[in-house]
Design a protein around this ligand. Sequence first.
Ligand SMILES: [Fe+2]
Ligand SMILES: [Fe+2]
Length: 282
Amino acid sequence: MKLLHFSDIHFGLEDPRAIAWAADCVAREKPDAVVITGDHTMRARRREFAAAVRWISALPAPVTVGVGNHDLPYFNLLERFLDPYRRFKGIEALVERKLDLGDLVIVPLKTTARAQPRFNWSKGWISETALDHALAEIDALPEHARVLVASHHPLVETGTRGTALTRHGHRALEELAKRSKVLGVLSGHVHDPFDLTAQTDFGPVRMIGAGTLSKRLRSTPPSFNELIIDGRTITVRARNLEEVATIDMLIDDVPENALPPRLPGEPVATVGHVPEIDPPVH
Ligand SMILES: [Fe+2]
Ligand SMILES: [Fe+2]
């Protein structure tokens, strides 16, 4: 089974060459599904959502989408508080959020919030309701099912230049680790691809992140991930416009004792590549 994983297209500041290339890859390669892990727009403007709807509608493959922090109203605070996902629902109406591909199911996990008790609301937040909803979806599936969880923010830090600082992410990771159906978590937000295994007290969880197809670049060119799934094995390849090696994806062996940069209260993840960390620019 082949999936193409796109993220952070940010219509309004999309890279036209990158999205034309990505759409062309879908048309030529006919993947079993396309997973888009949020930040469809730049500022949740109506014209940005309209462009996203046009582009996604034209993809000749089943598509599942998740909501990113940029998809909540930015300028209209009243709407942000009263009906934060109204504009996003225009995209959601086009596709299934939970995508059932036989015995592989993509289950969304919402990591955005209309408000947070901290200054930066762009960071990840997993409410109890959102986690319970995703876990209930997983638990309702038959024992032989394989699950990929799709969230916008990585659940824990991944050593990329951008940060997610997802609150309650470690708890979510532990709950997912307890469930053998879960093959991994697909995310975006940090605009650079990554592929690592996070360790929890309940076992490891594979975390896979796609880069961006926008002009908001961090360390790597515009890219998306190709996932080949064979049984419980996932082979990930970050594919970029420039056909240059993507340094974050070049680590094929992770030392057992590798440690990422760690903030107080943040869980420990095992990563293979720890790039220089700059102040977050998201
Ligand atoms: Fe983004
Ligand atoms: Fe984001």
